[in-house]
Design a protein around this ligand. Structure first.
Ligand SMILES: [Zn+2]
Length: 388
């Protein structure tokens, strides 16, 4: 079951031992690997959510994660009644989102050994929301287990993270990703290696790059940007294109989800009502629809920002490749397929300006987490890149 999580041998051992120790702890023994609050960290695409799910399955399974029993299967398909996966809809978790969670955390498990709550993107907890959760995490109910996920521990409120046992995933090596694409998805060797490097260690992204030509095209458009920044109009045009590319990715990711959710909702409200009841149901349906659409809007905004961040990571990797060639460092390039043009770029600029450009990209990534309008932020970036 754990082979799904690639390149994380050390963390897998820690989590498997933790699950064993947790079973012992249930008998009243004091076990070193036991904790009721975990924080799994790792860069996007390294497999945080997968690790959390597999850990939950291992905790619930009587054979410590056999992958075959009804308990393992139901956790892995998202249907286990005692494993709840919570993800923020918008850019952050608010106080209202956490009230229900605090209640959930007091429940006893109905079938499994533990009542497990997986909180994805715990870095998006507002201070208020974090404080509301703090007590539930600090003094958990006897059979409640928290598994929080975040890009890095420093992104999580210190009050929360200081209560958690931390397990850090690393960026999976490109060779391991290529291997997975070949074995699991039947992708040919050359494409698998290209996608593994181009994905910057993001497993899901690697599969998309290997299988979707449009994703590859958008990526190469992004990587043309450094060559096009000459004057103000070209900077503004490039910024617009970066935003468009992220928006198109987000459209594809959300359209299908949105439609399915709306159909489910209409079906839930639409059947069997007559007369006065029917009008009442219609009123309820329209307010539920409004609520759903608001949630979807928030999610769309979040996914667009996530894609933009990915775009910026690709740009950062480009300038990092430039720096590698400029300094003659003995490192493999991320964008190997464009080595020729990266070399020309490296020859025509200085190490100093490359470092400035890398700084600009990094500070832009931080700014995107605020409420600032993405297009403005990116226009300011492209202008900085042109002037560096
Ligand atoms: Zn099992």
């Amino acid at each position: 079951m754990w082979q799904e999580l690639i390149g994380q041998e050390f963390s897998v051992k820690v989590l498997q031992q933790a699950a064993l120790d947790s079973k012992e702890a249930l008998t009243g023994k004091v076990m070193p690997g036991f904790s009721q609050a975990w924080l799994l960290t790792g860069p996007p695409g390294s497999g945080r959510s997968t690790a959390a799910r597999l850990f939950a399955a291992t905790l619930q399974c009587e054979q410590n994660g056999c992958g075959k029993c009804i308990s393992c299967i139901s956790v892995n398909t998202g249907t286990h009644p005692d494993v709840k996966v919570i993800a923020p809809q918008g850019l952050s978790y608010g106080i209202d989102d956490t009230k229900d969670l605090v209640r959930e955390a007091t429940l006893m498990p109905s079938l499994g050994q533990w009542n497990i709550i997986i909180l994805e993107d715990a870095d998006r907890l507002t201070t208020e929301a974090g404080n509301a959760l703090l007590k539930a995490i600090e003094e958990p109910a006897k059979l409640t287990m928290w598994i929080l996920c975040a890009p890095s521990s420093k992104d999580v409120l210190i009050t929360i993270r200081s209560r958690c046992r931390i397990v850090s995933l690393r960026t999976p090596p490109a060779d391991a990703i290529a291997d997975l694409l070949i074995k699991r998805d039947g992708i040919d060797k050359a494409m698998a290696h290209f996608a593994a490097h181009a994905s910057l260690g993001h497993v899901g992204r690697a599969k998309l790059l290997a299988t979707d030509e449009q994703v590859r095209e958008r990526r190469s458009l992004v990587l043309q940007v450094p060559f096009e920044l000459k004057d103000l109009p070209s900077c503004f045009a490039a910024a617009q294109r970066l935003v468009d590319a992220a928006t198109e990715d987000a459209d594809i990711a959300t359209d299908e989800m949105d439609e399915k959710e709306l159909n489910n909702l209409l079906r839930a409200y639409g059947e069997g009502a007559e007369g006065v009841t029917k009008r009442k149901v219609e009123r309820l349906a329209s307010s539920a629809k409004k609520e759903l659409e608001e949630g979807q809007k928030k999610r769309y905004k979040r996914i667009t920002r996530d894609r933009l961040d990915l775009t910026l990571q690709e740009l950062a990797a480009f300038y990092r490749d430039v720096l590698v060639l400029q300094t003659g460092a003995d490192l493999e390039l991320f964008h190997t397929e464009m080595k020729g043009s990266i070399q020309r770029f490296a020859d025509s600029s200085s190490v100093n300006s490359t470092i400035k450009r890398l700084d600009s990209v990094e500070s832009t990534r931080r700014m995107l987490n605020s409420e600032a309008a993405p297009l403005l932020v990116l226009e300011s970036l492209t202008v900085q890149l042109a002037r560096a």
